[in-house]
Design a protein around this ligand. Structure first.
Ligand code: GLN
Length: 196
């Protein structure tokens, strides 16, 4: 049994827990999901999930609760992280917004709310590197990825990257937990490819 920590200072958690369990199950593994709201728990986790929400609030709480350095240590030790939507913003190198103190886990810049007002939320069927069939992706006030440094683009929409991998860290601009399809969690955490 591995331990998956879901950062739960703000934002959605339960759908990610379901997707994590389904992905583990598909590999005949079990996973214990713990919610993280304070420091001291991240060091016990094998994998971490940084969910959506409001990136300004999440980054502030991660700093106030002294969780931010623990997440950086987790990645420095080569352990997997999946960062989605606001989580991607917080994990980026630069979010182009002074109110977001990024963790710099992914060598990318992001633009918050990049898909505009008319398209506040939408669904798209995405080709993703490593997946055989398109992934049903839900975008909610989603960021787009701008500059990509030393990271691999896994998926793009209208020429803009929306999923990337940088070593043990996978980031998605969309919400992979909302469609009952656990393949992104699988790709980030349980797939043999993440042991490259
Ligand atoms: N728009 C939010 C932000 O910039 C992210 C939205 C989300 O996580 N669904 O923080």
């Amino acid at each position: 049994t591995s331990t998956a920590g879901v950062i739960a200072v703000q934002g959605d958690v339960s759908e990610h827990a379901s997707a994590l369990k389904a992905a583990a199950n598909a590999h005949d593994e079990t996973v214990e999901v713990v919610e993280i709201r304070e420091s001291g728990i991240v060091p016990e986790c094998d994998v971490l999930l940084l969910p959506g929400g409001e990136s300004t609030t999440i980054s502030r709480l991660l700093r106030e609760e002294a969780i931010a350095p623990e997440i950086r240590d987790h990645v420095a030790a080569g352990k997997p992280v999946l960062a989605t939507c606001a989580g991607l913003i917080v994990a980026a190198r630069d979010a182009g917004d002074d109110r977001v103190e990024t963790l710099d886990l992914l060598d990318v810049t992001v633009e918050r709310n990049a898909f505009g007002r008319q398209k506040d939320s939408f669904e798209a069927s995405l080709d993703v590197v490593g997946l055989d069939e398109p992934f049903p992706a839900v975008f909610i006030r989603a960021p787009a990825i701008g500059e990509v440094g030393d990271a691999e683009v896994l998926s793009s929409i209208d020429g803009r990257p929306v999923a990337v991998r940088d070593g043990p860290v996978v980031g998605t601009a969309f919400h992979p937990e909302l469609t009952g399809d656990h393949r992104i969690h699988d790709l980030a955490f349980f797939d043999a490819r993440n042991n490259r």
